[in-house]
Design a protein around this ligand. Structure first.
Ligand SMILES: [Zn+2]
Length: 421
C-alpha cells in the first residue's frame, strides 16, 4: 500500500509512504506506484501517529444517570453516585461498557489507551473484566491497565494486598492516590509502597497526584523524589497535579528543579479538572489545571487525557481527543499560533512517551504502520475545525473511517460550507 502526498510533521514536502507487511517500509517524495494495487491519495491531508488516550477510567465509563444523575456537578456527588452504581457492578457490566467505549475511541482515531481500574474491591471485579477486554482488543488497541486504589492503599481495608494481587493478575501499571489517604503520613508511605511494588514486579507507575485545590497537597515532590532516588524516572507519571496551580511561585521554582531531575511525566485532564476543581472557591475562581505551559517551557513531558466520559464525574464526551485538546489549550493559555500547532504533541507523542511505547509509535521507517489521516490540511486546521479522522490505520489495515459532514446553505443560491478560509 502507498499513501500519496500526505502532510507529515517534520517534513517540508508532501510525502508518500509505502507500507509492507504492516510496517512503514519507505517514506519519500514521488514513490513509484506502478505496481501498487492499493493507493490512497492523501491530497495534502495531515497524517499523524494515532491519537493516544493516556488517562481514562473504562470501569466507570458510560454510567452517568445510573441510578441517578449528578445534579450538583461536584466531585463529591460524583463519588456518592458512583458508590450507588458500584453496588450493581458485575463482570459482564464492566466488559460491555468498556467494549463500547473502546469502539468509540477507535472510531476517534485512538490506538493506545491507558485505563485506571479501581482495585479497592475485595473481588477485583472490574480488574478481572478489564484484563479480558485487553486480550480481546489486543489486535486493535494497545491497552495498559493501571491498578488504581481509588479509596487508598493504607486507608482502605487490605488496600496494599489488593493492589499487589492486581499486579499478580496482570495489571501493567501501579497506581496510587496519596492526597486521598487519611493523613499526609499515609500518603507518603503509600508512595513508598507503590515504588516498592513497581520495582518488585517491574511495572510502570501512574499516580492520581494532588487532584485537589489544597495548596498544601505536595505529593508530587514525593513522587518525583522517589522516581529520582530509584532511577525509575520516565517510567513514572504524575496525573492531574492540580494543586500545583495553587502553590506559591517560590516553592514552584524549587519544585521544578526536582521535577526536571526526576524525568517523570505529567498528564493533565483539562475537561474534567476545569469542571471539578475550583468548586470551593467564590471569586476569583481557580481554573484547576496544573502548570502545563510552564512545564512545557521547562522541557518536562506533559500530555492530556480525557479522564472520564459520560460517568458520575463527567457527564459529556465521546472519547474525542481533539475536544480534550480544545479545552486544554484554552484553559492553559496555549493559544499563540506556535502553541496551537505544537499542541498536537499533547495528544500524540507526549502521551506515547508517558506510556513508554515510543518503540512502536511514530511515523518512521521500520515502525508499525499505525497512523491517522485527518480531514485537515495541517495541525492548526485540525484543532480549529475539530476535523474528524478520515482513516485510522493499524499495521496498514483500516481500523476506522469517517466521511466528513456535508453542509450547505440556501441564500440566493445553494452553497456548500466547509469552514475553510
Ligand atoms: Zn483519573
Amino acid at each position: 500500500m502507498i499513501i500519496k502526498r500526505a502532510n507529515i510533521r517534520g517534513y517540508e514536502d508532501l510525502m508518500d509512504i509505502k507500507i509492507e507487511n504492516g510496517i512503514f517500509s519507505e517514506i519519500g517524495v514521488g514513490l513509484d506506484t506502478t505496481y501498487e494495487e492499493n493507493v490512497i491519495e492523501a491530497n495534502g491531508q495531515l497524517l499523524l501517529p494515532p491519537f493516544v488516550e493516556p488517562h481514562i477510567h473504562l470501569d466507570t465509563i458510560l454510567t452517568a444517570g445510573e441510578p441517578d444523575w449528578n445534579k450538583s456537578g461536584t466531585l463529591f456527588e460524583g463519588i456518592q453516585r458512583w458508590s450507588e452504581r458500584k453496588e450493581s457492578l458485575t463482570h459482564e457490566d464492566v466488559k460491555k461498557r468498556a467494549t463500547k467505549a473502546l469502539k468509540w475511541q477507535i472510531a476517534q482515531g485512538i490506538q493506545h489507551v491507558r485505563t485506571h481500574v479501581d482495585v479497592t474491591d475485595p473481588e477485583l471485579t472490574a480488574l478481572k473484566a478489564m484484563l479480558e477486554v485487553k486480550e480481546a482488543f489486543a489486535p486493535y488497541v494497545t491497552l495498559q491497565i493501571v491498578a488504581f486504589p481509588q479509596e487508598g492503599i493504607l486507608s482502605y481495608p487490605n488496600g496494599e494486598a489488593l493492589l499487589e494481587e492486581a499486579l499478580q493478575l496482570g495489571a501493567d501499571v501501579v497506581g496510587g492516590i496519596p492526597h486521598f489517604e487519611f493523613t499526609r503520613e499515609y500518603g507518603v508511605e503509600s508512595m513508598k509502597k507503590v515504588f516498592e511494588l513497581a520495582q518488585k514486579y517491574d511495572r510502570l507507575i501512574d499516580i492520581h497526584c494532588d487532584e485537589i485545590d489544597d495548596e498544601q497537597s505536595r505529593f508530587v515532590e514525593v513522587v518525583a523524589a522517589e522516581a529520582h532516588r530509584t532511577g525509575m524516572g520516565e517510567k513514572v507519571t504524575a496525573s492531574h497535579t492540580t494543586a500545583m496551580h495553587s502553590y506559591n511561585d517560590a516553592y514552584v521554582s524549587k519544585l521544578f528543579r526536582l521535577l526536571k531531575l526526576s524525568n517523570i511525566n505529567f498528564i493533565a485532564n483539562p475537561l474534567v479538572n476545569i469542571h471539578l476543581q475550583g468548586r470551593f472557591d467564590s471569586y476569583p475562581k481557580r481554573r484547576g489545571i496544573t502548570r502545563v505551559k510552564e512545564m512545557l517551557d521547562d522541557g518536562l513531558n506533559v500530555a492530556f487525557g480525557h479522564d472520564d466520559v459520560f460517568d458520575p464525574w463527567y457527564p459529556l464526551g465521546t472519547g474525542n481527543m481533539l475536544q480534550v485538546l480544545q479545552m486544554g489549550i484554552h484553559a492553559t493559555h496555549l493559544m499563540g499560533y506556535d502553541d496551537i500547532v505544537k499542541s498536537i504533541d499533547l495528544i500524540t507523542i507526549n502521551s506515547a512517551k508517558a506510556m513508554n511505547i515510543e518503540d512502536e509509535y511514530g511515523i518512521e521507517e521500520g515502525k508499525p504502520a499505525n497512523f491517522v489521516l485527518l480531514h485537515a490540511e495541517d495541525e492548526f486546521d485540525a484543532v480549529r475545525r475539530q476535523t474528524p479522522v478520515r482513516y485510522s490505520m493499524r499495521h496498514g489495515e483500516v481500523l476506522a473511517e469517517t466521511k466528513p459532514a456535508e453542509t450547505s446553505i440556501r441564500l440566493s443560491e445553494e452553497e456548500d460550507i466547509d469552514f475553510r478560509k
